[in-house]
Design a protein around this ligand. Structure first.
Ligand code: FES
Ligand SMILES: [Fe+2]
Length: 439
């Protein structure tokens, strides 16, 4: 694939139009290039600190097509390796997570430590290896690993830029997320993993799509309104207190944060019903009124390109994904919460999470139906262009006043959460990574 094979698929005329060719969701050649240049060439979110908190903990996952193991050594430092024995390739760590001072390969017994060093080759003294054989040539193959605010990222590409440079403006919102408690965040027990029909880029679009909210999630919003009404009339108990964001078509905003990362924000009318909202007054004391408003009073959904969204909206969720083919995606979701929050807040957060974000909640099945419908529609090659012009006239490059007020210098700002101009940032990064890779 050459750069020109990629570039024609995006029409980017600032102030005029921004279109994406639907072949990028269906073309197997594009899919292959995305695996190489984006999923195996860039930083990928892999885990949260709380999933491997102790010395000698490890966590296994995939980066693109490649199995990896992330480990923490006895000094607390993170490492990452291809999860394949340097002898004959068997996966070394086979559980999702665990704790071990040494990893013994179940196939022929070679032993490694969490720093990836080979400690033992079974019966080395009788092996008759050739003269040039060096045990140290068989350390595990390292990958790049780093973390920011407790969120751990890995890259197969050891030449990738520094993580903090990659994260760009997303760091402002990652800080806001992790500062919900002075002790940071924790992934709560219970992980849902599901696959769906639909290209991975739909995940990267839909989780920051303010425009679909009142259409696809009409049943959720109607139910939330009914529950609130019933509770107000004292006709029934309401232990969920469903969160009701304001109209994204008239309020909030969105930002392109650099390097493909994007976010939307919307004010929440009943924010005091949120897990963090229940502690609003003490939050104001700790972080000040303005920051408290951003942290507890506003829905924020932050997509860190290319594979994770931090949701701080209806509840708090980490959602990350990996492509399985151009037509199929695997999604992993967790509820994430402030460490040490009061029991009442935790309970509220969990009920709201199940209500909306859980795999069988009121939101997920409705979104999956649309992914299915879009992926089928994308094969209608006679109608090939995707439109991202909504909000173009009011969209501005650089920071607006809201961004400046939190020290954010975004690539672009928009004044409504339902505007679609944030996708320009996302797809400019897509075309950059793929065309540079093709070069
Ligand atoms: S494959 Fe691991 S020791 Fe042989
Ligand atoms: Fe949705």
């Amino acid at each position: 694939m050459k750069p020109e094979d990629v570039k024609w698929r995006i029409i980017d005329k600032p102030g005029e139009t921004f279109k994406v060719h639907r072949s990028i969701y269906t073309d197997p050649e594009i899919y292959k290039a995305e695996l190489e240049e984006i999923f195996e060439g860039n930083w990928i979110y892999v885990a949260h600190d709380s999933q491997l908190p102790n010395a000698n903990d490890y966590f296994t996952t995939m980066v693109g097509r490649q199995p990896v193991v992330i480990s923490r050594d006895d000094e607390g430092k993170l490492h990452g390796f291809i999860n394949a024995c340097t002898h004959r390739g068997a996966k070394i760590c086979r559980k999702k997570k665990g704790n071990a001072k040494n990893w013994s390969c179940p196939y022929h017994g070679w032993v490694f430590n969490p720093q990836g060093e080979i400690l033992d080759i079974k019966s080395l003294d009788t092996a008759n290896y050739p003269d040039g054989f060096q045990k140290s040539d068989y350390n595990l193959t390292p990958i790049k690993v780093d973390s920011y605010a407790g969120f751990i990222f890995a890259s197969i590409n050891t030449e990738v830029q520094e993580l903090e440079d990659h994260l760009a403006g997303a760091k402002v919102f990652m800080d806001m997320f992790s500062e919900q408690s002075e002790q940071g965040l924790e992934i709560l027990p219970g992980t849902s993993v599901y696959t769906h029909h639909g290209n991975w880029k739909m995940q990267a679009e839909n989780g920051v799509d303010g425009y679909h909210l009142d259409v696809v999630h009409a049943s959720y919003l109607t139910l939330a309104g009914m529950r609130a009404k019933e509770a107000a009339e004292a006709a029934g108990g309401d232990n969920i207190k469903a969160i009701q964001p304001q109209n994204p078509d008239t309020t909030g905003g969105n930002y392109a944060l650099g390097n493909g990362h994007v976010m939307i924000w919307i004010d929440i009318a009943n924010f005091r019903d949120r897990g963090l909202g229940l502690q609003y007054d003490s939050l104001v004391e700790r972080v000040g009124e303005h920051r408290a408003k951003w942290m507890a009073g506003r829905l924020r959904q932050v997509m860190i390109y290319p594979n994770v969204i931090l949701f701080d909206g209806i509840s708090t969720q980490m959602r990350h994904w990996r492509p399985l083919s151009q037509d199929e995606t695997e999604v992993t979701v967790n509820c994430i919460a402030p460490v040490g929050e009061p029991a009442e807040s935790r309970k509220r957060r969990l009920r709201q999470y199940e209500d909306f974000y859980g795999a069988s909640g009121l939101a997920t099945p409705d979104d999956l139906t649309e992914f299915d419908a879009c992926q089928e529609g994308y094969y209608g090659a006679k109608s090939p262009w995707q439109d991202f012009d909504r909000g173009m006239k009011s969209h501005q490059m650089g920071a607006d006043d809201d961004a400046r007020s939190i020290g954010l210098e975004p690539e672009s700002s928009a004044e409504r959460a339902a505007d679609e101009s944030l996708y320009h940032g996302e797809y400019r990064q897509w075309v950059k990574l793929l065309s540079e890779g093709a070069d």
